[in-house]
Structures are given as C-alpha cells and as structure tokens.
Design a protein around this ligand. Structure first.
Ligand SMILES: C[S@@+](CC[C@H](N)C(=O)[O-])C[C@H]1O[C@@H](n2cnc3c(N)ncnc32)[C@H](O)[C@@H]1O
Length: 258
C-alpha cells in the first residue's frame, strides 16, 4: 500500500537560500507535500501567504518558501528541548508529527519531503521522524538529500579551513557535556560546538582555561537577519539557539600538519 511512497529528508543549508543544492530544489519542487519543522505551541500548523515564524522556529520554512508554493507546505510541530534523553514531550512530538505524515499518505500523497536546516544526517529531527513514520507504515521508502551544514558555512564565512593534513575534525553538541569539549580542544584538530547557546559561558570558561579563547570564532544566526560572525566576546552570553562555535586547529606554518 505504501511501497510507492517516499519520504525524503532534504537538507536546505543553514539559512542562505542560495545554499541549497540543485537536487534539493528539484526534490522540493516535485514533492506532493513539503513538511517543515516548527516549534510546538507557537505557530498554527497551516501555512498561509503571510510571515514565517521568527528565528529558529521558521528557518527551514523561510528557506524553502522561494521554491515551494504555500499550498504544498505543511508545518510539523516539534519540541525544542535540550535536556538529554527521550523526554515525554519529545516522544509525543515525534509521534504526532508521524501521524500527520501518515494521514497525508493515506490521503494519496506519494512523494513527501521534509525540509531540515543544514544536513538531514547531522543532528536533524528527520531521523526520528523517519523512524516514527516507518513504525506506522513500514513500506515507506526513506531517502535523504545532503545539505550544507552550519559548520561548513561558518568555516567559509570566517575563512577557516576545517582540517588539513593529518588533523582530525570534531563536531560535537555542547549538550554532550563539557568533558568531551575540553578533550577535543586539547587535541590536535578543529573543534566545532553546536547547541551551545545555554552552555556558552561554560564553553568560554574552558577555552579561557586552555588559553584558546582568542582563537575561537562564533557564528550567530548564519544566513538569518541579525547574523553575526567574529571573535568571541567574553562578556556576551545571551546567544540565539542558532549559534555555532568554531575552535580552529593550531597551525604553525603552511602544510605543517601534512
Ligand atoms: C539541531 S542542530 C542542526 C544542525 C544542522 N542539521 C546542520 O547540519 O548544521 C542545531 C544546531 O546547529 C547549529 N546551526 C544550525 N543552523 C545554524 C545557523 N543558521 N547559524 C548558526 N548555527 C546554526 C547551531 O549550533 C544549532 O544549535
């Protein structure tokens, strides 16, 4: 029954509408329906021609608006919850979102896209949604289209090569605890911390302890109104959720890490 149905997680990049791949644009244009995540309790599920939800809430929606007509867009409410584990709120949001997708399939939609910021395989809700949909409709095919990550955009905009020669590259969520961040910063490669907003003061304290504060680059709201990219201001701790911290590898001279 659902064997000819495909649910595709489409990476739409960090914010700049030019940072979508040609394939992502095609998929979004061809899909019967395009779902976009929004924060639960804050916006109506239907999309009208009016404004998108502000800030992180409507990021994917604002990015795909120029490629997808409002009639084919559907909002899926999710919970922005940075506590660990599968909280009841989170699980309920995944289940509710999956039911909305399944209702669309039962109503005849065959090609469904889920637009997600950055890349769908990098800290995206898409994986949880896909699992929840397949639990209800095991025949649904799941696919992804890669997107430009916030990490890559921050590297590009700040002119920071992410890795050279034998250097490792560590991408971690600040929610995983300070020890992981401290170990990575003490290591030989570049470290990128996502989800640092509420934990920003702790991250800065660790950078100060290791004498790396001056090296770090902070990207806030990349590709969004209010975007700011630059060195870390030690006194400013009130960050938007969409903030990324990059600590470049120590490099002495050209090709030194080969
Ligand atoms: C749930 S993760 C999503 C990551 C995304 N899938 C990617 O591939 O980049 C959310 C985190 O990504 C980072 N992020 C995503 N978009 C961003 C943007 N436009 N500006 C700054 N950071 C961003 C922030 O660290 C944020 O807390």
């Amino acid at each position: 029954m659902s064997a000819d149905v495909t649910l595709t997680g489409v990476g739409v990049g960090p914010g700049d509408p030019e940072l979508l791949t040609v394939k992502a644009v095609r998929l979004l244009r061809e899909a019967d329906l395009v779902f976009v995540p929004v924060m639960a309790d804050r916006v109506a599920p239907t999309v009208t021609a009016g404004a998108t939800p502000p800030g992180a809430d409507g990021r994917a929606e604002a990015t795909v608006r120029s490629h997808v007509a409002a009639e084919r867009l559907r909002r899926l409410p999710f919970a922005l919850d940075d506590r660990g584990g599968v909280t009841a709120r989170r699980a309920a949001a995944w289940d509710d979102a999956a039911r909305v997708v399944v209702e669309a399939i039962d109503a005849g939609a065959r090609s469904l896209a889920f637009a997600t910021i950055g890349d769908p395989n990098v800290y995206s809700t898409f994986g949880y949604l896909a699992q929840s949909v397949r639990a209800l409709r095991p025949g649904v095919r799941v696919a992804t289209v890669p997107g430009v990550t916030a990490m890559q955009e921050l590297a590009a905009r700040s002119g920071t090569p992410l890795c050279e020669g034998r250097e490792p590259l560590t991408l971690l969520p600040a929610t995983a605890g300070l020890a992981l961040f401290a170990d990575a910063v003490a290591g030989p490669g570049t470290v990128v911390a996502y989800k640092g907003w509420r934990r920003h003061p702790e991250l800065l304290a660790e950078l100060r302890r290791q004498g790396r504060l001056a090296d770090a680059v902070l990207g806030r709201s990349l590709g969004l109104p209010g975007e700011r990219i630059g060195p870390v201001d030690d006194t400013e701790h009130d960050l938007p959720y969409l903030s990324t911290l990059l600590v470049p590898a120590r490099r002495e001279h050209r090709g030194g890490k080969l």
